[in-house]
Design a protein around this ligand. Sequence first.
Ligand code: GDP
Length: 329
Amino acid sequence: MHKRLSLDEYRDGILAGNRVILSRAITLIESHLPQDKTLAQNLVEQLLPNTGNSIRIGITGVPGVGKSTFIEAFGKSITAENRKIAVLAIDPTSQITKGSIMGDKTRMEELAHNPLAYIRPTPAGDSLGGVANKTRETILLCEAAGFEIIIVETVGVGQSETLVKSMVDFFLLLMLAGAGDELQGIKRGIIEMADAIAITKADGNNLQASKNARLEYLHALHLYPSGINNWQTPVMTCSAINNKGINEIWETIQSYIKKMKLSGFLEQNRQQQNIEWLYTFIRQTLENDFFNNSVVIEKFAGIKEKISSGKMLPIHGAKELLKYAKSAD
Ligand code: GDP
């Protein structure tokens, strides 16, 4: 176990783009020790003036859609421009398996060895909300360390997309041709969240099917009105293994960012995301304080018993417990 550095040492190291110190600071963010968390939060706050300068991109899709292969190819395009890219993951499975299907080391191997790229897997064993908070703070640290493009990747299972959407500027949905929407677990809401849809693996025998799928999604999207940002979601095809369509997607993202900066939407969206983050923290803190309250813990079993045996209404049980929590403050 490393010795903890001082706040100044972390700050200076990150501002100098020192990756070892960046990694150690992220470990601090991921720590469950209260003193680590406090130090990490103070560090992130100190670095706030040096944040906000990246393009934050969310990428989602079902397992096997080709996310890591895509990010590898995409990352190569970015690093070829001599720009720095960080890849973070929100893995909704990690809390169940205590491991991580996304965090295994063989993913994005080439990119992982590129000095302009930084890849950080999800901490295992955390709640989805907990991981999301840590990812938000990690985004800020990576920005302070000079990363210009930050990718937040998640497996498409529902809730995790909403969380990723709430912390990025651009949300890219990867889809497979030929697999029905149901099969891909894609709900209407997810399609509506996308700023672009890319049909992956548009190569070989799959090329025609990908083109057809593109037209189908384009058609489906026309049924939705464009949002307040006045952006028509493009549907594109790509092949990560043939490096086709990857640059076009990157150009689309850059053109989106340019437009949204000009219209003021980008800034407005980030401000709103920060306010949402505030509310999330308040809710989480209240909930944690409540469930960790010693009187609540002591009385909980008895109240649960009354409710499950039908002697008490849940609303009355909740009120009673909330009263205990308050009086024990
Ligand atoms: P993830 O689970 O979404 O990260 O998907 P992976 O990137 O691991 O890809 C799943 C499988 O699809 C792997 O066997 C890849 O080799 C394959 N794959 C990924 N991208 C492409 C592509 O552009 N074309 C083809 N033909 N296969 C691909």
